[in-house]
Write a protein that binds this ligand. Structure first.
Ligand SMILES: [Fe+2]
Ligand SMILES: [Fe+2]
Length: 316
């Protein structure tokens, strides 16, 4: 007899088993759901032992092969506000047998945690890693940690964001720049430090108008895969249909890096207008595993959210 686990009513250990695919036949989308629930329990529990356990169980998944799932695991750990996650993330950054997207997300997560103890490590990888995506991520993480611990962070006036995510950079201060045209200029100006360009990006996101979205879309002409994947991520948060043509263009361009196309697929899954779904379906067999998996998970999540079958979340 197979043991049935209802993901929405499971213990930490049951969620760990689903996340790490202990039975060997758990669908990827259900593993994502288990990760989400584990994170929520970890965030809500008043008991630190439980919280640490949730973090440890999540980190066990770094042994897996799925690049998509592991990068999400690193992202989630960065959003925990808990430094107990930091040592696991440092190990992933140091491990060059992990895929680039996973190491990137681990470095970014250290920045999101504001982990001062990781500064030396991040400096090392900023200067020496052979991959541009990793060097740029480390540069941003260092700047974010420095900013968070600076006087500036206490005095700057930031508009309260509609999004709860801890981002790689704070939005630009409201008294500094609020005009879309100027923000777009900073966003695309290669002479500006990357951190400032990201601050313009998040300010544009928080403005959230169609005009701001179209300004963000100009960032897809940047040479950096890291930069472009962040634009696509922000579009997934905004869920504004004006971004759809630019996301489809990126997803269809097979010369784009997997991390960019993956993020575009995920964003299209969140926007989920009639135009997005057939596009995602056409990428279910893409040669790039992260793109294929992103399409599979996005469509599965869409179906789940739009179905009334409660037992859908039950896995064997
Ligand atoms: Fe990322
Ligand atoms: Fe991603």
């Amino acid at each position: 007899m197979t043991e049935e686990i209802n993901i929405d009513n499971a213990t930490l250990e049951q969620l760990r088993d689903v996340l790490t695919n202990k039975s060997g036949d758990v669908k990827l989308a259900n593993r994502f759901r288990a990760l989400f629930n584990l994170k929520c329990i970890g965030a809500e529990s008043p008991d630190q032992t439980e919280v640490h356990k949730a973090i440890e169980y999540i980190a066990e998944c770094f042994k897996d092969d799925s690049e998509l799932l592991k990068h999400e695991v690193a992202y989630v750990l960065g959003q925990t506000h808990n430094l107990h996650a930091a040592p696991y993330l440092r190990e992933v950054l140091k491990n060059d047998s992990q895929q680039c997207m996973v190491r990137h997300e681990a470095a970014e997560a250290l920045g999101a945690l504001g982990d001062k103890e990781s500064l030396d490590l991040l400096e090392d990888y900023w200067k020496n890693d052979p991959l541009l995506e990793i060097r740029q991520t480390c540069e941003l993480a260092i700047e974010r940690i420095k900013w968070e611990n600076s006087e500036k962070a206490k005095t700057e006036i930031l508009e309260k964001s509609a999004y709860t995510s801890i981002d790689p950079a704070p939005p630009m201060a409201t008294d500094k720049e609020s005009k879309v045209e100027k923000l777009q200029y900073i966003l695309n100006n290669q002479d500006e430090p990357l951190f400032e360009r990201y601050r313009a990006m998040f300010r544009l996101r928080d403005l959230g108008t169609d005009e701001a979205c179209l300004a963000l879309a100009t960032g897809f002409s940047d040479p950096s895969a890291l930069f472009k994947h962040e634009i696509a991520y922000v579009f997934g948060q905004l869920c504004n249909p004006v971004t759809v043509p630019s996301l489809i263009k990126v997803l269809k361009d097979s010369s784009e890096a997997g991390m960019v196309r993956h993020e575009a697929a995920e964003a299209l899954g969140s926007i989920a207008t009639d135009e997005c779904l057939p596009v995602l379906q056409s990428f279910l067999n893409d040669k790039d595993e992260v793109v294929r998996d992103s399409a599979i998970v996005a469509l599965d999540m869409y179906e789940y959210e739009n179905s009334n079958e409660l037992e859908y979340a039950t896995v064997n």
